[in-house]
Design a protein around this ligand. Structure first.
Ligand SMILES: [Ca+2]
Ligand SMILES: [Ca+2]
Length: 188
């Protein structure tokens, strides 16, 4: 992954930081990047997902921004707490879902439990991202619905001061046997 810094004259075309995957093997690191101020210090932080098809590489690395930019080594890494077969852990979005001033991380795990899917919410804190999820939401649409294949933070729809989360389940059965995208919103 490369980090390019902005400037008064636009984007600097030479990367300020080059980040080599901290995960082993064919990790496909950098397939998904999410930004937000996880530790509330005013500097944007970001995460990079490793989406390899080996469970040991299905992880997320968190990098904390500072006045000197983004470091080349992660502040922390997280992975699914339930190890096992590859489950797609690592679809990410960032938003302050509990309104405490720290951006939180929403992580989709669409392959969990025969593709029923699962979503975790990890809390941001003053020291960075919590290593264990504060909330676990299992997919409501049954096997092979892939709930959590996409997640997104949203505008504050349901409660003032709380960001909301959208979770997509692209293969949930809907109506007359058509396969449609279903979306779920709820306060976390
Ligand atoms: Ca920060
Ligand atoms: Ca928060």
């Amino acid at each position: 992954m490369y980090v390019y810094l902005g400037s008064s004259s636009g984007l600097v075309t030479t990367p300020a930081t080059t980040i080599v995957s901290p995960f082993p093997g064919n990790s496909n690191f950098g397939g998904m990047v999410t930004m937000g101020d996880l530790n509330g210090d005013g500097y944007t932080d970001f995460s990079g997902t490793s989406g390899g098809y080996v469970v040991s590489t299905c992880s997320i690395a968190v990098f904390l921004g500072s006045s000197s930019g983004i470091p080349a080594t992660p502040a922390s890494t997280i992975r699914d707490s339930a190890d096992g077969a590859w489950n797609g852990f690592g679809k990410t979005a960032s938003g302050d879902v509990n309104g405490d001033g720290y951006a939180d991380m929403i992580v989709g795990v669409n392959g969990y439990n025969t593709d029923t899917g699962r979503v975790y919410v990890y809390r941001g804190t003053a020291t960075g991202l919590s290593s264990t999820p504060a909330t676990t939401l299992d997919g409501p649409y049954g096997t092979h619905s892939n709930w959590g294949i996409r997640v997104a933070s949203m505008w504050d729809v349901l409660a003032p001061g709380h960001g909301d989360v959208q979770v997509r389940s692209p293969f949930a059965l809907y109506g007359q046997g058509w396969l449609r995208g279903l979306r779920t919103q709820r306060r976390l």
